[in-house]
Design a protein around this ligand. Structure first.
Ligand SMILES: Nc1nc2c(ncn2[C@@H]2O[C@H](COP(=O)(O)OP(=O)(O)OP(=O)(O)O)[C@@H](O)[C@H]2O)c(=O)[nH]1
Ligand SMILES: [Zn+2]
Length: 369
């Protein structure tokens, strides 16, 4: 007895439409043999659009606006609005419309330079609209495939360096977090600076941490409590735009407060029940440093939901494994685990690739989420 549950029904329909298209092909063959084949391009013969062309008018996002567009810097990004500081210093809210986002294939990110304007006949307190995101000099992008709406998630724009704040104790050094930022920074060709906070709590750095900092571009040991290392950190941040990230509890707020008097971030704030803390998923904040430069305080890559990289992409593009992206392992799909002819393993054994870098790769490869 046949059973037509919904799944079978679907299958049956798809099978029959396959049969139809096969029938059409057969007909075409017949017509060709008989010399009655309509040889107009397939578009002309079949397509509804061709018969009734629909010309899609691309809206000019500026048409409704005054020519007096103003330039500004994005300080925060929310779901539909962003906080922009205009060149004149005024801080405003600008909404970004789907059309703009569609045209840019991109959402605005903290650190972007943008053009905003008010609608032509708007009142004084009407909101601004975002017209354009000016070209980016660099950006920190979440590693992994683009998400469903096929956009890259830019964590911060126009940045010079990525600064990861970790604590050496309480909570202990978080390798997974550091790995992800090291990967993201390397893939975006941005230098990574590791800030090790709470050094007042330990005599010596644990061996694992020492190994890890050997593969970052720069590291600075600080203590917000004693003030040690803060001057060295100021030197590193001076006149640069740095993305700052750190897991909860490592002392990032204490650090920002020490660097930007008046930032008034809550230290040791009670966190929400879900444990994810006070950050909303898309916002970040931008702070001007009193000694020159700025910092962008971003929620972590993990908090943003890591779109896992395809593991073969990871094996091919892991920073520091291959020169000029030339894959030198014997097998194309080598994951550098124990495959014969693996050049990465050979160079880890010879010391050319630091063991810590290889371990960072393994941690990302085997991480879940
Ligand atoms: N011993 C020691 N404690 C520190 C240091 N820096 C910060 N702390 C403490 O670490 C705890 C967390 O500090 P916060 O600045 O709130 O850490 P955070 O990373 O901003 O954490 P969230 O606000 O949860 O994101 C607080 O109790 C601080 O007093 C330090 O250098 N040494
Ligand atoms: Zn390999």
């Amino acid at each position: 007895m046949m059973c037509f549950d919904s799944e079978n029904e679907e299958e049956r329909i798809s099978r029959s439409s396959r049969r139809d298209s096969r029938a059409r092909r057969v007909n075409t063959m017949e017509m060709w043999k008989r010399g009655t084949l309509d040889d107009r391009p397939i578009k002309e013969r079949w397509s509804r659009e061709f018969k009734k062309p629909k010309v899609k008018k691309i809206k000019d996002p500026t048409e409704k606006f005054d020519s007096a567009a103003l330039e500004g810097l994005v300080l925060e990004v929310h779901r539909r609005t962003c906080v922009v500081r205009l060149l004149g210093g005024e801080v405003i809210n600008a909404t970004y419309r789907a059309a703009v986002v569609h045209e840019l294939k991109e959402f605005p990110a903290v650190g972007d330079s943008v053009m905003v304007a008010r609608a032509k006949d708007a009142e004084e307190n009407a909101p601004y609209s975002l017209l354009r995101v000016l070209p980016r000099r660099s950006s920190l992008v979440r590693p992994g495939p683009k998400d469903k709406s096929r956009r890259e998630l830019v964590l911060a724009a126009n940045v010079d360096q990525v600064v990861v704040v970790s604590s050496v104790a309480e909570p202990p050094f978080n390798y997974g977090f550091a790995d992800r930022f090291l990967l993201a920074a390397n893939l975006c060709q941005l230098p990574l600076v590791m800030v090790l906070n709470k050094t007042d709590l330990v005599e010596n750095l644990p061996q694992g941490v020492q190994d890890f900092i050997s593969i970052v571009d720069k590291f600075i040991c600080v203590s917000c409590k004693s003030g040690a290392g803060l001057d060295a950190l100021r030197d590193v941040l001076k006149n640069k735009c740095s993305v700052l990230s750190g897991k909860s509890g490592v002392g990032k707020s204490s650090l920002v407060n020490a660097l930007v008097p008046g930032a008034a971030l809550n230290v040791g704030e009670v966190r929400s029940l879900d444990g994810k803390g006070r950050h909303t998923t898309t916002s970040s904040s931008l702070f001007e440093l009193p000694f020159g430069g700025r910092i962008i305080d971003t929620p972590g890559i993990r908090e943003l939901g890591v779109a896992e990289m395809d593991e073969h992409d990871l094996a091919r593009s892991f920073p520091g494994f291959f020169h000029n992206d030339i894959f030198t392992c014997k097998y194309n799909d080598c994951m550098h685990l124990n495959e014969p002819g693996c050049d990465v393993l050979a160079r880890v054994r010879s010391g050319e690739i630091p063991q810590a870098r290889y371990e960072s790769y393994l941690r990302i490869l085997h991480s879940e989420n």
